[in-house]
Design a protein around this ligand. Structure first.
Ligand code: ZN
Ligand code: ZN
Ligand code: ZN
Length: 376
């Protein structure tokens, strides 16, 4: 007989490590409302709202056991998470009771509480009133130490997400056509994300012609024209909650002008050099600098107007950020985007984005679709 590992690992280990890291940060208690931190720690999905649901994780060495405070009417939703097996006590409250006082009864006299970064202000203030003399800090610095470094099962999920979005990009010829609007193409692309295994499309950017110069353009009623450059940046979660995020740039119907092609080639080189810069021990900002140097030397530095990348996992944007000034040393298991772009106001734009995972000696690039400028 083998022990059933699925519940106890990874969540038991994650809870234990969260308590240890909290202690290292001088935090006595983590207070985690529904969101990706809660999903990471105990597997609970669902959203936060006005009724308080809150996981309490005491720092290592504190006497209070982990507990989850939950409205009685929602407690059935936690059945199946195996919380009792994880040593997490479920404590329910009824409408009319003060759940924040319940938290203070369970908390064991903390001096410093770290609240989930995404906790709604209504709950932050509720806790402040229940713990008037207790310092509140953000839990992000504690949890990111865990969440930044993906375990092998998480990396498998990110691989699956990347493969799913690659399949959507491989079908782009079905969607992008001269005479269609960005919005029409975007609607089809959103369906394709689901067909290829996502639970939904979290974002679909179809930025044609001059719209490509706006990095976070959405879709519009602009009709795509012959010769347009089209930036397509798409992603969404798999059923596991892990995200895809991949950008390719296409050109419709014709080869672009020589200077556009030249700029695109510099962009492709910048993306390649940034990916090659990734490895354990490398400061995050060095990856950003690798991309920026290539574009600056090509005379395009001022047209690369955002950071090079962001971490990805249960959130589509999370730590680590690949940005100038971030001297965080990359570690194996860290997963993030490498997505330089060039944006020429009023004319066109281009971006190339892959998700990479840091390995023992470099990185694994999860997205595999061709990065050359593809003529559709
Ligand atoms: Zn973005
Ligand atoms: Zn991205
Ligand atoms: Zn993206």
């Amino acid at each position: 007989m083998t022990a059933s590992p699925d519940r106890a690992q990874p969540f038991g280990e994650r809870l234990r490590r969260a308590g240890e890291i909290a202690a290292e940060h001088g935090v006595d208690l983590l207070a985690i409302t529904p969101g990706t931190d809660l999903r990471y720690l105990v597997g609970a999905t669902g959203e936060t709202h006005e009724r308080l649901t809150c996981l309490l994780v005491p720092a290592a060495g504190h006497r209070a056991p982990p507990a989850i405070v939950v409205p009685k009417l929602e407690a059935p939703g936690l059945v199946g998470l195996g919380l009792a097996d994880l040593g997490v006590e479920t404590v329910t409250w009824n409408d009319g009771e003060d759940p924040y006082l319940l938290v203070s009864d369970l908390a064991g006299g903390p001096r410093r509480i770290a609240v989930a970064d995404s906790m709604p202000a209504v709950h932050v203030f509720g806790l402040r009133d229940a713990f008037p003399d207790v310092a509140q800090v953000l839990a992000g610095p504690v949890l990111r130490e865990l969440r930044m470094r993906k375990d092998p099962a998480e990396i498998d999920e990110l691989r699956a997400a990347a493969a799913a979005i690659d399949r959507v990009h491989a079908r782009m010829g079905e969607f992008l056509r001269v005479g269609r609007t960005e919005a029409a193409a975007g609607a089809d692309i959103a369906l394709a994300l689901v067909e290829e295994g996502h639970t939904g499309a979290a974002f679909v950017i179809v930025a044609s012609g001059p719209n490509g110069a706006s990095p976070h353009h959405d879709v519009s009623d602009r009709v795509m024209q012959h010769g347009d450059m089209v930036v397509v940046d798409i992603g969404g979660p798999l059923p596991s909650g892990y995200y895809s995020d991949c950008t390719r740039t296409y050109v419709l119907g014709a080869e672009p002008d020589p200077e556009v092609r030249k700029a695109y080639e510099a962009l492709q080189d910048a993306q390649e050099q940034a990916v090659r810069a990734v490895g354990p021990g490398v400061p995050a900002e060095q990856v950003d600098a690798a991309a920026r140097t290539v574009l600056t030397e090509a005379g395009l530095g001022e047209h690369f107007i955002h950071r090079t990348g962001h971490g990805i996992g249960l959130d589509v944007h999370e730590q680590p950020y690949i940005v100038g000034g971030n001297d965080l040393a990359l570690r194996p298991g860290m997963a993030f985007s490498v997505e330089p772009g060039v944006y020429l106001e009023g004319e066109w734009g281009a971006r190339i984005e892959d998700i990479v995972v840091v390995t023992a000696d470099g990185c694994e690039r999860l997205n595999r679709q061709p990065r050359d400028l593809q003529v559709l």
